[in-house]
Design a protein around this ligand. Structure first.
Ligand code: FAD
Length: 497
């Protein structure tokens, strides 16, 4: 790798990166991918590649000495514990006003996410990506993305009887009694496999609480879909535990890319330099934004424009739980893959997933992740003295999200005679308003880049991940990230190669 010249370098192996690598390789271009996380292809001492949510271990968190679980408390007990510092799979990256959860490893967010694969309603698309032709997206690129990701919906008959979705049926009953539209949410999980988990004829994964730290079976991450196809072309190579730190114009054309190879304890073991004709930033909204604000401020890429770092949003994520009556048990066995949601976007600005609480015991709790129409947008900037990128999001900016979520849950509580849980995010705290799973923006399409992700000022540099999307997708984001990447790479291959 050191000293090599490559036609295309892709930074990161999440959705945007995987689409770029596959389509470039199919067009005959050799691609190298640098990924700061691990490969996640080798079982640990327990015979499993990924750790369980009930027992987080060394594999669970990215370079922390104490876990930072999204659900920090239960029945008055704090859940976090000490772990050895290791390049684990889930990064809880802390900025001043928000903790941003991200996947680390070959497959990016697809390793740790719920696999909920939701295409926004077409009437909301103009607000999601105002500069993109909706007819093209819904006619060509959303279908292409859904097919490439292996998206499907739960068998509705099985849903009615499956023990592991009792929590979702209780969620439906409460939503419908309050007059809210209830929808099935598609997913990339293999539903036939889940049926066998429930029947006891396959090793349990979704039904064993596997999700945040990876699924050992059943979930189709990018490792099984886009990245498998990319590798099968024979033109794509991937270097795990390789973190890109700089990109700058090379004297003879192209770009010099500086990459730190790191150990599993996070120490730099080698620094490498290669030259790439084209560089695709696919390090995720946060990773791409952090790199670009640094490269502009330090003069490595001086012609990047003033939009770099701007337009960042949290997709309006906010969580809450409700305490049900004893006759509304949600079940001790809960599938970790959510499959249903309450759509109050048009009336109240909230789309709430009925989420699992896979504790293994009956909790009488209903738990929700809401995606809301939050108008606040933050900006990344480079702090020269501290040598790090900062984000100016403020915790108080979650208030519009809480208000939107309350349009659903205040009404349900009133109808059911129930109350919010106050024990899940601390002591006497109702709202999980300190985090996001859905970082979006920082190099917005049509602002920091042209209409197809070409960075202004430096030909041959592209953004092709969630950084392009201006802060909100009205539903879970990865299908939109994938579809936009499909659209952009098609244009780039046709026009720039
Ligand atoms: P990512 O998938 O984040 O990939 C970026 C990659 O780049 C990462 O692998 C990272 O390690 C690597 N990288 C970063 N910086 C560097 C660097 N300097 N050098 C080398 N590599 C680098 N979305 C949904 O649609 N449905 C869901 O059900 C859902 N659930 C989620 C649950 C959790 C717990 C989390 C964390 C996210 C969830 N998401 C979900 C969000 C979704 O996973 C992300 O929106 C998506 O992964 C973003 O795709 P991306 O291509 O922009 O970047």
């Amino acid at each position: 790798l050191d000293g090599a010249r490559v036609p295309a370098l892709v930074i990161g192996t999440g959705y945007g990166g995987a689409v770029a690598a596959l389509r470039l390789a199919e067009a005959g271009v050799d691609v190298h991918m640098a990924e700061m996380g691990m490969a996640w292809d080798t079982p640990g001492s327990d015979g499993k590649i990924f750790a369980n949510t009930i027992r987080p271990d060394v594999r669970s968190f990215w370079l922390r000495t104490r876990t930072r679980q999204p659900l920090s408390n239960f029945l008055g007990f704090p859940l976090d514990k000490d772990v050895p510092r290791h390049t684990g799979i889930l990064d809880a990256e802390e900025f001043g006003g928000i903790t941003v959860y991200q996947g680390r490893g070959v497959g990016g967010g697809s390793l740790v996410n719920g696999g909920m694969a939701v295409t926004p309603r077409r009437e909301h698309f103009a607000a999601v990506l105002p500069t993109v032709d909706a007819a093209e997206m819904y006619g060509t690129y959303y279908p292409r993305a859904n097919a490439g990701l292996g998206v499907s919906t739960i068998d509705p008959d099985w849903f009615e009887t499956a023990e592991c979705y009792q929590y979702a049926r209780v969620g439906r009953k409460h939503a419908q009694r309050s007059g809210f539209p209830f929808v099935f949410v598609p997913d990339v999980y293999d539903w036939e496999y889940m049926k066998r988990e429930q029947a006891g004829t396959a090793t349990r994964s979704a039904l064993a609480g596997e999700i945040l730290y990876g699924n050992n079976h059943g979930k189709r991450s990018l490792q099984q879909t886009y990245l498998a196809r990319a590798k099968a072309t024979g033109r794509v190579t991937i270097s795990p535990l390789h973190k890109v730190t700089s990109v700058a114009p090379a004297p003879g054309g192209g770009y010099t890319v500086t990459i730190d190879q790191i150990s599993t304890s996070g120490d730099t073991v080698a620094t490498k330099e290669l030259t790439a004709d084209k560089v695709f930033f696919a390090a995720g909204s946060v990773g791409t934004s952090k790199l670009l604000v640094k490269l502009r401020a330090t003069g490595a890429l001086p012609r990047l424009n003033g939009e770099i770092g701007k337009g960042w949003g949290d997709n309006g994520n906010v969580m809450c739980g409700r305490a049900n009556h004893m006759w509304d048990a949600t079940g001790a066995l809960q599938s970790s893959i959510p499959t249903a949601g309450i759509d109050n976007w048009a009336a109240g600005g909230a789309f709430a997933e009925v989420a699992p609480l896979p504790t293994g015991i009956e909790t009488y709790a209903s738990f929700y992740l809401s995606i809301t129409k939050n108008p606040h947008r933050a900006e990344f900037s480079w702090n020269t003295a501290a040598g790090r990128a900062e984000l100016n999001w403020q915790t108080a900016w979650k208030q519009p999200s809480i208000d939107a979520a309350k349009t659903i849950f205040d009404k349900i509580n009133a109808k059911e005679g129930t109350i919010y849980r106050t024990d899940l995010f601390g002591t006497y705290k109702i709202w999980g308003d300190h985090l996001t799973y859905h970082p979006l923006g920082g190099a917005v399409l049509g602002k920091a880049t042209d209409g197809y992700g070409r960075l202004h000022g430096h030909p041959g540099l592209y953004v092709i991940d969630g950084a392009l999307i201006p802060g909100n997708t009205s539903v879970n984001p990865f299908v939109t990230i994938t579809a936009l990447a499909e659209r952009n790479i098609e244009k780039i291959i046709a026009a720039d190669l």
